[in-house]
Each structure stands twice: as structure tokens, then as C-alpha cells.
Design a protein around this ligand. Sequence first.
Ligand code: G3H
Ligand code: ZN
Length: 275
Amino acid sequence: MLVNSRELLIKASKDGYAIGAYNINNLEFARYILEACNEDKAPVIIAVSEPAINYMGGYEVVSSIVRSLINDLNIKVPVVLHLDHAKSFESCKKAIDKGFTSVMIDASDKTLEENILITNKVKEYADPRGVTVEAELGSLTGLYTDVNDCMSFISETKVDSLAPSIGNKHGIYKEEANLNFELLGNICKEAKLPLVLHGASGLDDNKIKTAIFCGVSKININTDIQLVWSKKVREFINENKNVYDPRLIIASGKQAVKDLIHEKNELLESKRKAF
Ligand code: G3H
Ligand code: ZN
């Protein structure tokens, strides 16, 4: 069943666990993630970035793939179809019109005022259509989020969830991640809305647990999935030089992706009561 993220995130933040937001890059990733979450009885956010949408053919393709997989694979857990890091109102509108149930407008590179304006424009379009909106404040390139900015942003936008910048980064951490949990805790105390941790790949379990303890209820993972899949596929190709069927090559990374999702679900949702 496709749902927006509101109730899932509110419940998670109240009960002290987090929902996994896993990025897909193709049909296979969507299938593996849905299957693994269904086996775990774990609600899931399927996140898709604009470049991934372009790669897959467009908003309608992605929406149809995820909806069809939910039906054909008989997926019983709640699924959120989420546009990740949209850079414009138009992108959010396209996703909403094609049936995404959640969008992230990422205007974190703009001024606070511009960020508020564009987030409100997205909210106005999304609200009556039952779609939830995530925004980002600060910048994952190293600018820490200011607590006072958070409060003005939240009161001016009534956004559904917020991704602060606390030292987290996308991709592979070149040196050990240095997350400011004190800042995260302060933001959480003041903001009183679901918080999102981007760039969760490569973080050790303790950091992720601490982030959840400080109030994060959505954990975004992309790079880790790509890493485990590509490692297995590379090994498979090296060991099976005569195989040319793309289905065998792509599927050689399936179990690794599913194992990773099971592992992350267990870590994020240990406090969730059985769905
Ligand atoms: O929006 C998606 C993420 O923040 C994922 O980041 O690739 O570092 O896991 P990651
Ligand atoms: Zn991100």
C-alpha cells in the first residue's frame, strides 16, 4: 500500500525508532528493497533522486514500476514513494502529478528566505493532494544548521519533516564522520517534528543509534546499497567470464542488497512493534 510519510514518521519519532529511506537506481533495486522490507514487515520509504528518475526514463516510469511491484509482489507493508533532493518546484509538481506520495524540496543552497518561499510553494501544491514535504536546512557540504533558523523555517513553512546539517555528508566519508549530536538534540527539542538524517552510508551502528536517540526518524541510505551490489557483481563477472545474460549479472548482487536492507531495518527499527 502506498502512503505518504506523515503517520509513519510521527509514530517513529514518538516511539524512538526510524524508517529506512533507501534509494533506488533501477527496477531491480526497487524489487530487492521492497522484498526485503516485506520480509521484515518493515514500512519503507523508496527514495528516488532526479538523476535516478532521468536514468530510469521519467517520473511516470518510476511511479508505475513501484506501484506495479507493490501489486505483483503482493507487498503488504506501507510504502512511501519519495522524490529525493528535488531542486525545483516543477520537479516536485511532476512527481506529485505522477503519484509520488512524498517529496523533498532541497533549497538548502539558497538563502533562508528563498528556501522558505520555495518550500511554501511546494507545500501549497502538495498539501491538498495528500503528499508530504521534506525540506533541508544548512548544507551537507559543511554548513551546520542554526537552531534559530530552524525555528523560523518551521513556523513559516509548516513543513512535515526537516533534514538538518550536523556534519553528515553524502557518499563515502573520506575520514571518520564527525556528527554534532548536541546540535541535533537541540534542534529536535525545539523543532518538535520528524527529523531526517541524510548521508547515513558509512556511519557505524552507534552513530546511527545515537542519531535516532536524538530524534531522527528517517535515515537515508544510498551509497552503501550501491557499494554492496557493485562489489558482488564485480566478483561474479570476474569469476564467470562467459556469462553474458544481464539478468544473471544484475541478480548476482541481489542477496547482498537484501542482506544489507535486513541489517539496516534491524538497526533502525529495533524499537518498532511488529507491523
Ligand atoms: O538523500 C539520500 C542520501 O542522503 C543518501 O546518502 O549516499 O551517503 O547514503 P548516502
Ligand atoms: Zn541526501
